[in-house]
Design a binder for this molecule. Structure first.
Ligand code: TA6
Length: 289
């Protein structure tokens, strides 16, 4: 498995949020990408063994921040520029009175972003580590004199023991756009979504609570609770697309699933001076004994 420890990276590139008792989060300033969330010693996130850390390419794994555009973009790179920009750690990691560790990361417009998306903005990304929960809060501020619109998403890669024994639960009866079947719109019939091929689905108007877990006994699960992220993307590249990605191991698709909280089916309209806030809360549920 990829090294998801602070010592694997130059200290100037990462912020380590250590809550103690084997619970911590590691954030890379390239894209403010959360690389690791260890809960009581167990790594919850997937990071590809072949992930590239050249401060240019998007990091393959963890939680890339997708802004100001999810998916292909006429103006710039797929999934926008946020995940490939250097963010500033607004504050070093600090501990609150409850012992939770929190840090803020900021991305503001610069010449490079204005060259492709000519708007003034500031995104403040706050990561908080609690005993069995992490929260990611995204605040987008329109600082300019022009209104703009955007889509955004937290592209979370969950580490799982075995894709054949994993389910995504809570999306029954929601509609999804199936990007693997020419954008066909389908209603999800299953409470337990089992993934056995390339999945690339945008579930729309989804519940604010979804569970990612092992349907068989003996493994942990994650409760994903969201605010102002009305859509949920479920992605697994499966074998052929895994082989086609240079920064993803051919067999790694069996140990990961992306369940991504997003505002992607429609665009957020943010007028001058306005702020938009969205967040996800991930709670670790230990394996049933
Ligand atoms: O979130 C799913 C998705 O949009 C897929 O279509 C796939 O492209 C994935 O993102 C990864 O995209 P990336 O640009 O990181 O290779």
């Amino acid at each position: 498995m990829a090294k998801q420890t602070p010592s694997s990276f130059p200290s100037s590139d990462v912020v380590f949020l250590d809550r103690g008792n084997g619970t911590s989060v590691l954030v890379h300033l390239h894209g403010a990408t959360v690389l690791s969330w260890k809960c009581q010693g167990q790594e919850v996130l997937f990071l590809s063994e072949k992930a590239v850390f050249d401060n240019k390419k998007a990091i393959r794994g963890g939680i890339p921040v997708v802004f100001p555009n999810f998916g292909p973009w006429d103006l710039g790179p797929q999934h926008g520029f946020a995940r490939t920009k250097r963010w500033q750690a607004e504050t070093p990691a600090r501990t609150d009175s409850a012992g939770n560790v929190v840090a803020e990361f900021v991305l503001q417009d610069d010449e490079a972003t204005r060259a492709i998306w000519d708007f003034r903005f500031k995104v403040v990304y706050t990561v908080q580590v609690m005993e069995k929960t992490v929260t990611m809060n995204v605040a987008v501020n329109n600082l300019g004199s022009k209104d703009f619109d955007f889509t955004c998403l937290l592209h979370t890669y969950f580490r799982i023991p075995d894709i054949s024994k994993t389910a995504v639960m809570g999306l029954q009866n929601t509609k999804y756009v199936d990007k693997v079947r020419d954008g066909e719109e389908v209603t999800e019939a299953r409470e337990e979504i089992r993934i056995d091929e390339n999945y690339d689905r945008v579930y729309m108007d989804t519940p604010s609570e979804i569970v990612v877990g092992k349907v068989a006994d003996g493994s942990h699960s994650i409760i994903m609770q969201t605010m102002n992220f009305p859509d949920t993307v479920v992605w697994n590249p499966w074998a052929d697309k895994a082989k086609a990605m240079s920064d993803f191991g051919d067999d790694e698709y069996s140990n990961m699933v992306c369940v991504e909280a997003g505002y992607v089916a429609h665009r957020v309209q943010l007028n001058t001076g306005q702020q938009f806030v969205c967040s996800q809360k991930l709670t670790f549920v230990p394996a049933t004994q």
